[in-house]
Design a binder for this molecule. Structure first.
Ligand code: BTN
Length: 266
């Protein structure tokens, strides 16, 4: 089980997870923070068993007690409209830390998935919470598959960090979470001062960055080919068309499908 004392021993942050709350069981860490008032920026809530965890597009996020990391953070960015950028800052922070556990490539699938090779090992859900008609806070929720070793079949797109880890031993979730929150704080601080600086780090980790492929909109695609140029300053993906125009899609319903075969990213 997750040990909050071990976690606090690793934590060296200034404002993220100051304070933090740990619950053995909770419906959803995002919901808990959204429905609580008077929370300080940086407040973190962690649970070991999330009974009604939520993913993007109202999908369920299934809990496996003792195996995953499930946590949420209260944020109040200067510009709360930048939800996509927050997602990317958080995804990059997670990816950089997860990369220290494996030699397999950790990537980000825009807008909110964390992959190791072809397996999804984590997801991010950013939600806004309103007070008196105004955005009071953003709730950044992160779910990571850490120690699971059993998956229904090899065709499953889900995986865990442990499956790609160099070590035979289970990963210490308390230390991993502390490292992620330290990196998240560092990147959020940089982002507030120099918003441009997060883009290149995120782009380098994006699946298909610099590659050619097709675009799926709302599940359907045509044969038009694009080169994926990474995300713009609002966190939305940009593409080079065959006519040498740059186009941006401001919808989560857009998926870039890189061509099969080798791609030499920029
Ligand atoms: C996705 O992959 O669609 C996003 C998954 C986000 C899951 C996390 S777990 C912690 C937080 N609380 C929730 O209910 N959801 C997020």
């Amino acid at each position: 089980m997750f040990d909050p004392d071990r976690f606090i021993a690793w934590l060296t942050t200034k404002w993220v997870a100051r304070p933090f709350h740990f619950f053995r069981e909770l419906p959803s860490t995002n919901s808990w923070l959204k429905s609580s008032s008077d929370l300080e920026t940086g407040t973190v809530v962690i649970t070991d068993n999330q009974v009604t965890g939520r993913g993007q597009y109202d999908r369920k996020w299934v809990s496996e007690p003792g195996q995953k990391l499930m946590f949420s953070v209260v944020l109040r960015p200067g510009n709360p409209k930048q939800m996509h950028t927050i997602t990317l800052v958080a995804a990059t922070a997670c990816a950089e830390v997860l990369q220290t556990y494996t030699s397999s490539r950790i990537c980000i699938k825009w807008p909110n998935d964390i992959y190791c090779e072809s397996k999804k090992i984590g997801g991010i859900l950013v939600e806004s919470s309103f007070l008196g008609g105004k955005i009071d806070k953003l709730v950044l929720g992160i779910g990571l598959n850490v120690n699971q070793t059993l998956y229904a079949d090899d065709l499953s797109t889900a995986g865990s960090l442990r499956l790609f880890s160099e070590s035979q031993n289970p990963i210490e979730r308390e230390k991993l979470l502390a490292k992620i929150l330290i990196e998240l704080e560092r990147r959020l601080d940089i982002w507030e001062m120099r918003p441009e600086s997060v883009r290149m780090d995120a782009n380098r980790r994006l699946i298909g960055f610099g590659c050619y492929g097709t675009i799926e909109k709302n599940g359907s695609s045509n044969s038009d080919r694009y080169k994926f140029m990474g995300v713009n300053h609002d966190g939305f993906p940009t593409f080079l068309t065959a006519d040498a125009d740059i186009v941006t899609f401001r919808s989560d319903q857009v998926r870039f499908v890189p061509d099969k075969g080798p791609c030499d990213p920029m």
